[in-house]
Design a protein. Structure first.
Length: 376
């Protein structure tokens, strides 16, 4: 019997998604003679049974396209906004999986998608995931597609900001995406030669940052680039977060309903919180150094446009590896990038785990060697 494979893209979009759809699709269709069908807008489209044809025609010319031809959403099967309520629509998704006579479902997404796919595995569906996100924060894989492209965009931005900072003798604080991980800010900060890199994994003391900038001014460089991850926290904020998380854990232990998570806002609230924090940091640095400061928030620029060559190769490698696993009926796994190859990692070992930057990571050590300040 010809296998029928469903594909969906979920979570934030990223460069390389279409390259991955193409990798899975062309390998399934052309190499293995399977049939594939796309579902629109992530798990919502599967819940609503909104399909998209994915035959040879639709897969041509998409390798270089940014975004996802299927559309995406952040909707979760077990917490789906429906008619103004939030409902568990897992059963509807399982029903549509069978109604479409799927033999397997390939989910392209980040950390949240790994968790959602595991839930569907536990409902008996044959799922395989690919690790996608510009944040590079998915556990169990060397890297995620989207990260390399975003790294290039953020690095080019820092390069451009150097000239205006130098011309005006200013501090430029550039906010870089990454959610609760600092990989993007760390990588772009190193590649762009930022003088200060602030990441969530190393809570910072604004005095330490200001001292480094003052030292540069005394040394004849009255300009600096501060690369700040959107999730970076001062030591005070980090302390407050830890206290809030402890309170939540204690309430859970006592069987009480914890207050909603205030520490890590989601959606557009997050962007406002992040921007306010970044603007506040710039103001503090102005006051502490006597230098003018300006803020650039890179935002969704980091998610846009054509994928880099590295991401195209990675997405193709992982997509075709997913097709190989389907041909061997190996399900319930994420296709992880490992060196030049790919490895199937059980979803149980991936879901719910965030890959953050170890404070003693080689990249951090290397940046310190060239004099980069991390606010500590
Ligand atoms: O997960 C990718 C990401 O770009 C994060 O870096 C960022 O915090 C978030 O998505 C923004 O989410 P949205 O596009 O839903 O505003």
């Amino acid at each position: 019997m010809t296998k029928n494979i469903g594909i969906l893209t979920a979570g934030g979009d990223s460069p390389g998604l279409n390259a991955a759809i193409r990798g899975v699709g062309k390998a399934c269709l052309g190499h293995y003679g399977m049939h594939i069908v796309g579902f629109r807008d992530g798990f919502r489209g599967l819940m609503e049974n909104r399909t998209a044809p994915l035959d040879g025609g639709q897969l041509s010319g998409i390798l270089t396209l940014g975004g996802t031809i299927l559309g995406t959403s952040r909707d979760k099967p077990h917490r789906m906004p429906v008619g103004g309520k939030t409902l568990d629509m897992t059963d509807a998704i399982v029903a549509n999986y069978h109604a479409n006579h799927l033999d397997a479902l390939v989910c392209l997404g980040g950390g949240g998608t790994q968790k959602n796919a595991l839930r569907l595995k536990e409902k008996g569906l044959n799922v395989i995931t690919l690790p996608k996100t510009i944040d590079n924060d998915v556990h169990g894989t060397d890297t995620t597609f989207g990260f390399d492209t975003a790294l290039g965009i953020a690095t080019e931005a820092i390069d451009r900001l150097h000239s205006t900072a130098h011309s005006h003798h200013r501090i430029i604080v550039v906010e870089i995406m990454g959610h609760r991980a600092g990989w993007l800010a760390l990588g772009a900060g190193i590649a762009g030669g930022a003088d200060v890199i602030l990441i969530p994994e190393i809570p910072y003391d604004v005095e330490s940052v200001a001292a480094a900038l003052r030292e540069r001014r005394v040394g004849g460089k009255p300009f600096s680039i501060v690369a700040v991850a959107e999730g970076a926290l001062s030591r005070q904020e980090h302390g407050a977060l830890q206290a809030a998380e402890k309170q939540t854990a204690d309430k859970k232990k006592a069987g009480k309903k914890p207050a909603g998570r205030k520490d890590v806002p989601e959606g557009d609230a997050a962007e406002i919180v992040y921007a306010e924090r970044t603007l506040g940091l710039a103001k503090q640095l102005e006051a502490l150094t006597g230098l003018d400061a300006r803020v650039t928030i890179l935002g969704h620029l980091q998610r846009g446009g054509t994928p880099s060559a590295a991401d195209r190769i990675l997405a193709t490698r992982l997509g075709t590896a997913a097709a190989d696993l389907i041909a061997r009926d190996q399900y319930g796994v994420m296709v992880a990038a490992r060196g030049e190859g790919a490895r199937a990692v059980k979803l149980e070992d991936v879901a719910g785990r965030v890959k953050t930057v170890p404070p003693d990571h080689d990249w951090v050590a290397s940046a310190r060697r060239v004099g980069t300040n991390f606010g500590d």
